[in-house]
Design a protein around this ligand. Structure first.
Ligand SMILES: CC(=O)SCCNC(=O)CCNC(=O)[C@H](O)C(C)(C)COP(=O)(O)OP(=O)(O)OC[C@H]1O[C@@H](n2cnc3c(N)ncnc32)[C@H](O)[C@@H]1OP(=O)(O)O
Ligand SMILES: O=C([O-])CC(=O)C(=O)O
Length: 379
């Protein structure tokens, strides 16, 4: 909120739109040129050429890892994948009727409660916690998806890389390399996006000198919403409702006539297209070709064209990712927890950056309630 020069009335920045609240060296979004860089590297290049583990190192430490640094990260990640008995027992007790994001949120909160160093916020301790959450989240997400399918969990496989291990824990086998690469690209693309709502929530919590697990728990809560990470699930539910490509336009027109938001379209920062979409759309086409199932691609193309014609609004990353994850065989309710597995890297990088140069985040508001009054007689 700033005071306008003409009067004392404050200027309201609803939703903090357009407000620059701090600096960051982690990623840069340039909407005018459709560009997104992590630590200076174009996200498209990282998705094509790097593993998710390499990108995690880049986000946390500012540089892509050397061979030796990557080996250390991989060794530590692989050694931290297992969940202990008490976490397993907790996860078993959470009702299956809840959304899997509730399970992930509860699990991270519990990991914090178990960590004797929860309140230690030195750089080394925060890297340690980040790595721990990074390593253990796939085990939690896979076990929860299998539990809902009535299947026993599959233990982490220490001979497999991050993505292959997760896919193996979900499906009991490592799928075709086309699927592994498409999945890995989604993880790189989802990893970081400056001061988005969930990252900002993490930074707000961190700014009070609270702990990393509390900040991540808040971020997970923010990501769950359908205007943010929850949109990748909503996209797939919509596509299933549309069912056939020839129904896409009528469905879209009805949605827009009712003034509903079309999930997977639009973005607070990008107004001319999301820089990550072409890479993820190609991943969808690759997986579609491999599986021989083209219906979701056809609905994608119809919806994208119809939305552009009627509103000019372009898809965001959740639009291609939803059907890609569906074709890979994930349950729809697991899509946003998978997003958490990726964004944990960006969140924790931001938590460390906030700790390093902290200022309490506390904006102002303009009061719009009743004027001051006396309490009088109460019941
Ligand atoms: C990983 C991520 O979090 S990416 C975002 C994922 N979220 C979604 O896909 C949900 C659908 N999209 C949206 O709701 C919005 O585009 C948001 C929340 C992402 C961004 O919203 P904002 O920056 O606040 O833009 P805002 O909602 O003001 O939209 C501006 C105009 O475009 C319209 N618009 C924006 N997105 C959409 C959409 N998806 N469907 C229909 N209309 C839309 C709005 O209705 C508004 O129209 P108006 O000026 O006539 O009222
Ligand atoms: O930046 C945003 O507002 C939403 C987000 O997290 C993303 O697009 O990855």
């Amino acid at each position: 909120m700033t005071m306008s020069e003409a009067s004392d009335a404050p200027t309201i920045h609803k939703g903090l739109a357009g407000v620059v609240v701090d600096t960051t060296a982690i990623s840069k979004v340039v909407p005018e040129t459709n560009s997104l860089t992590y630590r200076g590297y174009a996200v498209q290049d990282l998705a094509e050429r790097c593993s998710f583990e390499q990108v995690a190192h880049l986000l946390w430490h500012g540089e892509l890892p050397t061979v030796a640094e990557l080996a250390v990260l991989a060794q530590r990640e692989r050694a931290s994948r297992r969940i202990d008995r008490s976490t397993q027992a907790l996860l078993q007790r959470i009702p299956e009727t809840c959304h899997p994001m509730d399970v992930v949120r509860t699990a991270i909160s519990y990991l914090g409660a178990e960590d004797p160093d929860e309140d230690v916020s030195s750089p080394a301790a925060n890297v340690e916690k980040s790595l721990r959450m990074f390593a253990v989240l796939p085990t939690i997400v896979a076990a929860d998806m299998r539990r809902r399918r009535g299947l026993d969990p599959i233990a982490p496989h220490h001979g497999l890389g991050y993505c292959e291990n997760f896919l193996n824990m979900c499906f009991g086998e490592v799928p075709d390399p086309v699927i592994v690469r498409a999945f890995e690209k989604s993880m790189v693309l989802y990893a970081e996006h400056s001061f988005n709502a969930s990252t900002f929530a993490a930074r707000v919590v961190t700014s009070t000198q609270s702990d990393t697990y509390s900040a991540v728990t808040a971020a997970i809560g923010a990501l769950k919403g359908s205007l943010h990470g929850g949109a990748n699930e909503a996209v797939m539910y919509d596509m299933i409702e549309i069912d056939r490509p020839e129904r896409a336009r009528t469905w879209l027109n009805a949605k827009l006539d009712a003034k509903d938001k079309v999930m997977g379209f639009g973005h607070r920062v990008y107004k001319n297209g999301d820089s990550r979409v072409p890479t993820m759309k190609q991943a969808l086409l690759d997986v579609s070709e491999l599986t021989g199932y083209s219906r979701w691609c056809e609905i994608y193309i119809e919806l994208e064209a119809a939305m552009a014609e009627r509103t000019g609004i372009k898809p965001n990353l959740d639009f291609p990712t939803g059907p890609t994850y569906h074709l890979m065989g994930f349950d729809i309710a697991s899509f946003t927890p998978i997003f958490v597995m990726s964004r944990i890297t960006g969140w924790t990088a931001h938590i460390m950056e906030q700790v390093a140069a902290n200022a309490l985040i506390r904006p102002l508001s303009q009061y719009s309630g009743p004027p001051q009054r006396a309490v009088g007689q109460v019941c």
